[in-house]
Design a protein around this ligand. Structure first.
Ligand SMILES: [Ca+2]
Ligand SMILES: [Ca+2]
Ligand SMILES: [Ca+2]
Length: 581
């Protein structure tokens, strides 16, 4: 394979002779003295990369399955729920937008029908909300819903899937004839898409506070449909795990809202959950997104992850630890706590300030945590700017375009929430439109959105660039509307340097790069031709634009390699770095 890289470099050098070159490559400067000196001692041949995690190759598109596309009306269960029907429950309008807390019909068929749309946007994986069987009625307990409420569930149906009652069975709203979960994942894979399954281990469904008990709520059934746990509509402190076998799954103190909170120390709970989630891996789940991870203790996750990875070594998982403090969420990533990556909430907060609030790129530099961070590996974090549990980003079209140009070039695994490719429901919280039904008509119209065009362009570049996927990030300038950084990947048979130039200003700007610039043949990542670089690279970056230049070879400058060696050595963190800070 090294021969292939060298051949590619040679071909680019030839192409450079007859280029139509949008970037100014400096001619006439003397070669950099350091170029010939390869500092082999500095890195001892280990190479340069942020991570070797295979999953980092894939950007992730996240859908609330029920709200994406109804591909099969025959599984809608519109009559379900009896006295508490669960299909189509509109809320009073919030600022003119009507949200819905009932089922809307989205299913495996609708998602698979649009796998090509997702793949062509540049994604390699789809995160779907939990698939397991949930109760059929709208919930009658809990707190009333308002436009801005969170964890308020009165009148809500289980359309989101986070209220498991049988973790071994698919909820009846999702599959179609011939399209069970295994067929769905196989179909997605045939389109080049991995399936990230959203899993819950903290709780079952809302389990108490109902005026009258409701079927399924607070109950748990096993693979053979036997009732194994029942909260019996009792407040947690009235449960009697010692005396009533049906209470044994549950903790006796409340945790989140009125959810039936699993006892993390009960080995039967662990067996039940591990058995279920191994079953879904066997049916094609490629990775897990773990819900509410901080609501179970580290020791629980260590046992869980060890058991999953005993069967599937290296199985990739990232979790929701809903906190904007890196020091608080990082412990989940440590080996002794199960080694689960996390959604990058601190970066989300910074992105919001930059792309919706107008802050400068220096704010993102802080959030990268490239050296001596508390994270086991910051390059494996799942990066995002909004999702279903918070207000969608309230940015202009240009703000979304800039956000995507950042997300798909900076370190981390990008995660995009469905509809963001058109700025769908921007600024909207959970009960004010955030999770509204997207639907086939919006998907068919999405390519006319400038956000979609920009996203497709940058996501597809990341899809073919090992440097953008997994390379070390070396920042040159992160200031105001301008960001300039390298991503460097050198491992085994592959080597690539990406030079990323971002401009989030309203006017085009010329950006000049000389610092640590690897001389040689470079090419425009967007197909604009090849260029020979000596000491300087000068490029015009459009307003709200991105330029990416790629060098298909290893870094050779001694000073560059020395900087990379330091980044490489200090990129992994853990308890030691947290305690030192
Ligand atoms: Ca349906
Ligand atoms: Ca159901
Ligand atoms: Ca809990």
């Amino acid at each position: 394979m090294r021969r292939a890289w060298l051949l590619a470099a040679a071909l680019l050098a030839v192409a450079g002779c007859s280029r139509s070159d949008p970037a100014g490559a400096d001619a006439g400067a003397s070669p950099v003295a350091a170029e010939s000196a390869i500092a082999q001692e500095a890195d001892a041949g280990q190479g340069f990369y942020g991570t070797l995690e295979p999953f980092a190759e894939h950007a992730v598109y996240f859908v609330v399955t029920d709200r994406f596309v109804n591909g099969d009306p025959s599984n809608d269960q519109r009559e379900q729920g009896g006295d508490h029907p669960s299909f189509d429950i509109p809320l009073p309008a919030c600022d003119g937008v009507i949200a819905n807390v009932g089922y809307q019909g989205g299913d495996f068929r609708g998602l698979l029908d649009n796998a090509g749309y997702i793949r062509e946007m540049g994604f390699g994986a789809v995160w779907i909300t939990p698939i397991v069987e949930n109760p059929d009625q709208a919930f009658t307990g809990g707190d009333p819903i308002t436009c801005s409420s969170f964890l308020s569930d009165r009148g809500k149906a289980a359309y989101h899937g986070y209220w498991g009652m049988n973790f071994y069975r698919v909820d009846e709203h999702l599959p179609s004839a011939g399209l069970d979960f295994a067929a769905f994942t196989a179909g997605m894979r045939a389109h080049g898409l991995k399936t990230v399954l959203d899993i819950v281990a903290n709780h079952s469904s809302p389990a108490w506070s109902m005026p009258e008990p409701q079927p399924g709520f607070g109950q748990v059934f096993d693979a053979r449909e036997r009732l194994v746990a029942d909260h019996q509509n009792l407040p947690p402190d009235q449960l009697d795990p010692a005396g009533d076998p049906l209470h044994r799954f549950y903790a006796t103190a409340p945790d989140l809202a009125q959810l039936g909170d699993f006892d993390p120390d009960n080995p039967e709970v662990m067996d039940y959950l591990v058995g279920a989630y191994l079953q879904w891996i066997a049916q094609g789940a490629d990775a897990f997104r773990i819900d509410t991870i901080r609501h179970m203790p580290h020791a629980f996750w260590k046992r869980f992850s060890d058991r999953i990875r005993a069967v599937h070594p290296g199985f990739f998982m990232f979790a929701e630890a809903f906190d904007y403090d890196a020091a608080k969420i990082a412990p989940h990533t440590w080996t002794e706590n199960g080694g689960v990556s996390v959604l990058d909430f601190p970066m989300k907060q910074a992105m919001d300030e930059v792309f919706a609030g107008g802050a400068g790129y220096e704010r993102l530099a802080e959030a990268l945590h490239l050296q001596d961070s508390p994270y086991a590996n910051p390059y494996e974090l799942a990066t995002f700017y909004d999702n279903h549990d918070m207000a969608r980003m309230d940015a202009t079209d240009e703000g979304f375009i800039d956000a995507h140009n950042w997300l798909f070039t900076a370190r981390g695994i990008p995660v995009i929430y469905y509809g963001s490719e058109t700025g769908f429901m921007r600024g909207r919280a959970e009960h004010a439109g955030n999770r509204n039904y997207f639907g086939q008509a919006r998907i068919d119209a999405a390519p006319r959105s400038p956000i979609h065009a920009g996203l497709r362009r940058i996501a597809n570049l990341r899809r073919v660039s090992p440097a953008l996927q997994r390379g070390l990030q070396l920042d040159l300038r992160m200031d105001g509307d301008e960001a300039v950084f390298y991503r460097v990947y050198e491992h085994g048979d592959g080597a690539q340097i990406a030079l990323v130039l971002l401009n989030k200003g309203d006017a085009a700007r010329e950006i000049e790069v000389t610092e640590l610039l690897q001389p040689g043949e470079w090419r425009d990542g967007f197909g604009g031709g090849a260029l020979t670089v000596k000491e300087r690279l000068l490029a015009e970056v459009p307003a709200h634009g991105v330029r990416v230049f790629l060098h298909d070879g290893p870094p050779r400058r001694a000073d560059l390699r020395a900087r990379l060696a330091e980044l490489m050595a200090r990129r992994l963190g853990g308890p030691e770095t947290l305690n030192a800070n």
